[in-house]
Structure formats: structure tokens, C-alpha cells
Design a protein around this ligand. Structure first.
Ligand code: A2P
Length: 252
């Protein structure tokens, strides 16, 4: 229920871009929040920009559309504004979200990203996704799609980790040249998962420079971090379940 409440507060605060995924297991709450706010007359469906994501176990082309249809059914919406390939590598298809072998190692699956992309294009043609994009793609993986013979639609965006301690200058420049919007996840640098980030770096929100700038402008370090990314042309998707911080992250 905290996701439902948070999304409703976010919409009331003025947020319109909602970043979701099947694998967050809360799309039913997000969809309910959006539908309640539409019913209240606070927003129209077209005001909202919902991003959904294709999970790793669903890369085989024949699974792409049914997977998006499942997300739409959970959301109880007719379309997503953006549908993206969540990660450039595939897991073995099946019921296990994180399939592992007897040694606890992920079971990957050979797939052709270009074939997956063609199935994404078909979702756009069918009106199930207004736009299509990718996530966690590096330059080589983006080039594979951009150079695909018969490419119908380019990825409109690439969602990657991006914040003042991880500024992605080369990828940002490459994407700029190709008209691909960078959407920055963990924009507050809050991930401390050691399988994911180098935890020997200090927490971003404790950074002395961000805090000094915050003091000067009467803002928090979090607000400075978000504004820094926005001014670099990076779309930010801060996550908070706290009403005060949901509002704080909007005042940038
Ligand atoms: P909270 O929900 O209590 O606000 P993630 O790293 O998964 O993207 O999550 C973001 C984390 O950053 C959450 O733990 C969230 O906690 C916290 N957070 C969000 N906004 C702020 C903020 N303005 N200042 C400090 N922490 C924040």
C-alpha cells in the first residue's frame, strides 16, 4: 500500500513521469494510483508518462508482446508511454524471475537483442507503447540497434545509473549525438549494494561540495544533485516513499 499512497502524493505534487517495471512487483498499485487520480479529475491519462520495462526472462521475440500485455493488464491501462528493455542480457525464460543453477549462478540465455528490438517495434506499431527504448545499454549495445539493417524506430531513451559521482560523460555525449535521452536512475546515488556499486566511495548525499552549494542556495544536497543532472540534460527519477522528500525532490 505504500506505493499506492506515494504515487498519489507524487501526482498531487506535480510529478507526471512514473518509472515502473513488472519486476518491481508494484505495478498494480501504480496503476491503481493513476486510475484513482484520473477518476478524481486531477489528471487525464495523457498527462501521465508511464515507463514499463521488459524483464530479462522475456527477451525471446515471441514473449515481448505478451509480456507487455501482462503489464497493461496489471496496470489496467491501455498503453504505456514508454517501454524499455530493462537490461541488455537475457535470463532463461520461465517462471523464475532470477533463474539460478545449482551453484547459485544466474542462468543466462542466448538471445539476439536485434530480434528483441524488432518485437519492441511491433509493440509500438500495435499502439501498446507510444515509444520504445532501452536501459543499461552501453555504446556497443546501442550501436548494435542503431546499425540494425531495416531499423524502424531508434531507441528514444537509455536509462542508466547517473548522478554526480557517476556522470557518464562519454555515454551522455554519444546519446546526445543520436538524439537518445538519458534517464538517470539512482539520481541521489543512494544505492549501497556492494554487488552493484563501489561502496568505498562516500555516500553522495554527504558530499561536502553538494552540501556547501545547498547551504548557499537554501537547498538540500539531494536537491542540488537532482538539479545538477537536470542541467546536464539528464532526466531524473528519484524514488521516495516519504511525503516530505517526495515534495523536496520536486522543488528543484
Ligand atoms: P525514502 O523513501 O525514505 O525517502 P533508490 O536508491 O532505490 O533509488 O532509493 C532512493 C533512496 O533515497 C530511498 O532510500 C529514499 O528513502 C531516499 N531518498 C529519496 N529522496 C531523498 C532525499 N531528498 N533526501 C534523502 N534521501 C532521499
Amino acid at each position: 500500500g505504500s506505493c499506492l499512497e506515494s504515487v498519489k502524493i507524487a501526482i498531487d505534487t506535480g510529478y507526471r513521469h512514473i518509472d515502473g517495471a513488472f519486476v518491481y512487483f508494484n505495478e498494480h498499485e501504480v496503476g491503481q494510483a493513476i486510475r484513482e487520480k484520473i477518476a478524481e479529475g486531477k489528471i487525464k491519462r495523457e498527462d501521465i508518462f508511464y515507463c514499463g520495462k521488459l524483464w530479462n526472462t522475456c527477451h525471446p521475440p515471441e514473449l515481448v508482446r505478451p509480456t507487455l500485455e501482462k503489464t497493461l493488464k496489471i496496470l489496467q491501462l491501455d498503453y504505456v508511454d514508454l517501454y524499455i528493455i530493462e537490461l541488455p542480457m537475457a535470463f532463461k525464460p520461465g517462471d523464475a524471475i532470477y533463474p539460478k543453477d545449482e551453484n547459485g549462478k544466474f542462468i543466462y540465455h542466448e538471445t539476439d537483442l536485434c530480434a528483441t528490438w524488432e518485437a519492441m517495434e511491433a509493440c509500438k506499431d500495435a499502439g501498446l507503447a507510444k515509444s520504445i527504448g532501452v536501459s543499461n545499454f552501453n555504446r556497443r549495445q546501442l550501436e548494435m540497434i542503431l546499425n540494425k539493417p531495416g531499423l524502424k524506430y531508434k531507441p528514444v531513451s537509455n536509462q542508466v545509473e547517473c548522478h554526480p559521482y557517476f556522470t557518464q560523460p562519454k555515454l551522455l555525449e554519444f546519446c546526445r549525438q543520436h538524439d537518445i535521452v538519458i534517464v538517470g536512475y539512482s539520481p541521489l546515488g543512494t544505492s549501497r549494494d556492494e554487488t552493484w556499486v563501489n561502496v568505498s566511495s562516500p555516500p553522495l548525499l554527504k558530499d561536502p561540495v553538494l552540501n556547501a552549494i545547498g547551504k548557499k542556495y537554501n537547498k538540500t544536497a539531494a536537491q542540488i544533485a537532482l538539479r545538477f543532472s537536470i542541467q546536464r540534460g539528464v532526466v531524473v527519477i528519484p524514488k521516495s516513499f516519504n511525503p516530505q522528500r517526495i515534495r523536496e525532490n520536486f522543488q528543484v
